[in-house]
Write a protein that binds this ligand. Structure first.
Ligand code: ATP
Length: 425
């Protein structure tokens, strides 16, 4: 019987709750026991404090699935409440990547059942919390994480996060046998525990709003972020039209212009600036102004320029939205405003695609874990041409890093061919 834990890590994205729901429910159907880990890898490192007062989950009160009634039901319901509002002391010890970050003390690895994740797919963000963990980057931190998992009896892990989180997952699995023997030698785990936990099974799902991972067509959260951007542009369009203004919209995407490009296509923008296809450093402003002026000449009352936050010119100099605003104001005399969409792009309810994709991928993740052997690689679950896929996790991470490297070397053709093998073919 597989004992499986799921965590979300790195930047939050819509659809992460749907991942947790799908993984927990599929695992229960397949006869596994299920846990959630709060606050990403930080929760694995902190583990559970003995004797800490806590609200029981449905699973802890009555097994994996039965419905609860009355007071017990109420208590289990407040598990969800406490995930949102906290059930413990807040730590302000700055042990996260962000000093002063709020983290909950007490229980981080919690046994959950069917009812605990009911309805989660329509919730935005991640209910189980996410964090950037400094401790997990160290071997000592991962040793403690392994001990905490073994203490709970967990032998399989589903990680939903970006390329950093998936790298962490791969490092953890590669080190696992060494961690177990060290814990055993130090008598931190028993002989039986060392034998039962000789191998760690791990699988990764890509939660990232930027759609910046190689070897998959779509990452979890990207469709919702795009949807949010489109809604914002629709709102801006009406005021831009009324005053005949120009708007420069800055959207997320540090190394990947997918959100900017797709938003431009979805909303009929006049010009778009992305990292992967930088305009000529000497005359990009001329090109942009000519294009916009030609639209104005045929009677267009509003102008929308979309700038990815990582937009570059061909000399790899960043292009900032304020700079674009000045060009439009000074050269074309347009009344221009900048709107940085910021974190509104991350928030809110997942769109349908960010419920479907995580659900199908969550099911595949559990199947991949059940079929995993000590010799099989850790998989990343992706999607190619509408089919859910399994690819070796490290290949996808390596290729994603190579794309960033190729962009930094101005080798854009290589970057695009690495990101999309179809382009290469
Ligand atoms: P985003 O795309 O939102 O940045 P991410 O998953 O790439 O998400 P990171 O901050 O890079 O975000 O990674 C999240 C966490 O994963 C880190 O805080 C760290 O705990 C763990 N991690 C990342 N890289 C490694 C590594 N090489 N070894 C061990 N752990 C790692």
């Amino acid at each position: 019987k597989l004992k499986l834990a799921v965590l979300t890590s790195g930047g939050d994205s819509a659809g992460m709750n749907a991942v947790v729901r799908a993984v927990v429910k599929t695992a229960i159907i397949k006869g596994c026991e299920t846990w959630i880990v709060r606050e990403g890898y930080e929760g694995l490192v902190r583990g559970n404090t003995e004797g800490h007062r806590h609200t029981h989950t449905h699973a802890e009160k009555g097994g994996a699935s039965p419905r609860l009634k009355g007071a017990e039901f109420h208590e289990a319901e407040s598990f969800i409440h406490n995930l949102r509002y906290g059930d413990g002391e807040l730590l302000k010890d700055g042990t996260g990547d962000h000093p002063g970050g709020r983290t909950l003390k007490g229980r981080y690895i919690v046994r959950v059942g069917w009812d605990d994740v009911r309805g989660w797919f329509s919730e935005g963000g991640t209910l189980i919390g996410t964090a950037r963990s400094v401790a997990f980057r160290t071997r000592e931190g991962r040793l403690t994480a392994a001990q905490n998992m073994i203490k709970e009896g967990i032998d399989a892990l589903v990680v939903c996060g970006g390329d950093g989180s998936l790298t962490g997952a791969d490092v953890f699995r590669a080190e696992w046998p060494g961690l177990v023997s060290e814990l055993h030698n130090e008598k931190r785990i028993t002989d039986e525990q060392a034998t039962a936990h000789a191998h760690l099974k791990i699988v990764g799902l890509v939660g990232s709003i930027d759609n910046d991972m190689s070897m998959t067509d779509l990452t979890i959260g990207a469709p919702t972020a795009l949807h949010r951007i489109c809604e914002s542009i629709d709102n801006i369009n009406s005021t831009a039209y009324s005053h005949s203004r120009a708007f420069v919209l800055e959207v997320m995407g540090r190394h990947c212009g997918w959100l900017a490009l797709m938003a431009a296509v979805s909303c009929g923008a006049d010009f778009v600036l992305i990292p992967e296809n930088p305009p000529d450093a000497d005359n990009w402003a001329d090109e942009m102004c000519q294009s916009i002026q030609s639209h104005r000449d045929i009677g267009k009352r509003k102008t929308i320029v979309i700038v990815a936050e990582g937009a570059l010119d061909s000399k790899l100099q960043p292009i900032h939205s304020e700079q674009v605003k000045e060009i439009l104001s000074e050269r074309l005399g347009l009344d221009t405003r900048v709107t940085t969409l910021g974190h509104t792009q991350r928030g809110g309810r997942p769109c349908a695609m960010d419920r479907i994709l995580p659900t199908l991928q969550g099911i595949e993740a559990v199947e991949a874990l059940l079929e995993s052997t000590p010799d099989s690689p850790s998989y990343m679950i992706g999607v190619r041409e509408n089919k859910i896929t399994r690819v070796p996790l490290m290949d996808a991470v390596k290729m994603t890093r190579e794309v960033a490297q190729a962009i930094s070397e101005k080798n854009f053709e290589k970057a695009m061919s690495l990101r999309d093998p179809e382009f290469r073919e």
